[in-house]
Write a protein that binds this ligand. Structure first.
Ligand code: BGC
Length: 433
């Protein structure tokens, strides 16, 4: 039974988050497909038809509607829309128009991401976001998308997780272009993405003055392994600065961490280019000072002993799953006076051991933040259906609904019903026994 004090504000967005490459299938013209062809998916899996959305997204939109949701975040596949530089594909736009209409018909407000880790092979070949013309190329695409789709969507994420895209692509090497330890490129690419974001922000507003434009940032929580140890505190702070603070520093605050500034170039015009704050969050790392690990800024990361662990990836563990971090992140952002959306949160959990607890903890954190005065407007769970998890292939399962990629059969996990209960009540719902 919901008491009024457990309720969320009317109109709160209960959504799910998705992306084109992970769900559509046959996205054969982007740099992630080339990366897969070159043998870089750790499981050896193939994206194949993914969740078969290019043909049948509407069936999953029905499932989202049946869960009582009112919002869905999806991304456009730039490589379909602009298969060659300056050449636009009318059939691709027609399909996206049909998908947006289908969402609206089902009462699911679309939140459209322009760049969710993938871009055309030609864009990568020209240098990706390290190329001098990257900003102009991205802006031309953003302008085109706003003109073609703006009558069906006014809620835009320019770029998903620029910090993950750059850190994993240029520092760790698991994402294309697969460089390792290139801190300079990690910062340069992020700085270019910040300029691309800002230019796209203005391009969309020029077409659609009432648009709400932001980006989806990834915040990972870094805490000192030994909370009173000054060295652990220092290196945890460096990791937080390097991973979390560059892009928000540029866009929200107009200042980036000092040690990244030499590689960042001119970011003067970037500050203030956001109508809302969107963030994705999953985990927490405890950081211990380690002189032998200069590549990670002298910090050694681990999960808290005994903390909830998601399913392990093939070659990597995601660390501690930490939905309570949502409250700490909102506390950093609430003072900026812009609406806040949790644009992704979830867990790799094939057996649904942790997902209900993640949902309960996340919604409680948001509820408490709203009670404390924060303007949080929505929560988008990652994800609706199991989908292709980048370098981990089909190895990690994030869906409220399980998918067998061979047969395309779908089976709701118990947490789907729990999330549906929360969304329908628009309120906190106690965890099922
Ligand atoms: C990304 C998603 C990904 C999810 C789970 C986020 O970093 O935006 O594409 O599937 O995390 O790892």
């Amino acid at each position: 039974m919901t008491t009024p004090e457990m309720a969320f504000p009317p109109g709160f967005r209960w959504g799910v988050a998705t992306s084109s490459h992970q769900c559509e299938g046959a996205t054969l013209n982007n740099q992630w497909y080339a990366w897969e062809q070159a043998g870089h998916i750790k499981t050896g899996d193939h994206v194949g038809l993914a969740c078969d959305w290019w043909a049948h997204a509407e069936a999953d939109f029905d499932r989202a509607k049946d869960l009582g949701l009112n919002a869905l975040r999806l991304s456009l596949e730039w490589s379909r829309i602009e298969p060659r530089p300056g050449v636009w594909d009318a059939a691709a736009i027609a399909r996206y128009r049909a998908m947006l209409v289908a969402l609206r018909d089902r009462g699911l407000e679309p939140l459209v991401t322009l760049h969710h880790f993938t871009h055309p092979i030609w864009f990568e070949a020209l240098g990706g976001f390290l190329a001098p013309d990257a900003v102009a190329r991205f802006t031309r695409y953003a302008d085109f998308a706003a003109r073609e789709l703006g009558d069906l969507c006014d809620f835009w994420c320019t770029i998903n997780e620029p910090n993950v895209f750059c850190t994993v692509g240029y520092q760790i090497g698991d994402f294309p272009p697969g460089r390792q330890g290139d801190f300079r490129a990690t910062v340069r690419a992020q700085a270019t993405m910040a300029r691309a974001h800002a230019a796209a922000y203005h391009a969309i507003h020029a077409v659609q003055p009432q648009a709400r434009v932001g980006w989806a940032h990834q915040y990972n929580t870094f805490d000192p392994a030994r909370p009173t140890n000054p060295l652990d505190r220092t290196v945890a702070g460096w990791q937080d600065a390097a991973f979390n603070q560059f892009f928000p520093g540029a866009v929200l605050h107009g200042r980036v961490p000092a040690f990244m500034r030499p590689f960042a170039g001119n970011l003067r015009d970037v500050q203030g280019t956001y109508d809302f704050i969107g963030f994705n969050t999953y985990g927490r790392d405890l950081v211990r000072f380690d002189l032998t690990n200069p590549l990670e800024l002298f910090g050694r990361r681990s999960g808290a002993p005994g903390a909830p662990q998601p399913d392990a990836g093939v070659a990597t563990s995601y660390g501690e799953i930490y939905p309570a971090g949502i409250g700490r992140i909102i506390a950093q952002l609430a003072g900026l006076g812009k609406p806040i959306y949790v644009t992704e949160n979830g867990v790799a959990d094939r057996d649904d051991r942790l997902r209900p607890w993640v949902l309960a903890t996340a919604t409680r954190a948001i509820y408490d933040a709203i009670q404390g005065g924060a303007d949080v407007r929505g929560y988008y769970h990652w994800s609706l259906v199991d989908n292709f998890e980048w370098a981990e292939g089909w190895g990690l399962r994030f869906g409220l609904i399980a998918l067998d990629p061979q047969t395309q059969a779908r089976t709701p996990r118990p947490s789907a019903a729990y999330y549906a209960a929360i969304a329908r009540a628009n309120a906190l719902v106690p965890l099922p026994e």
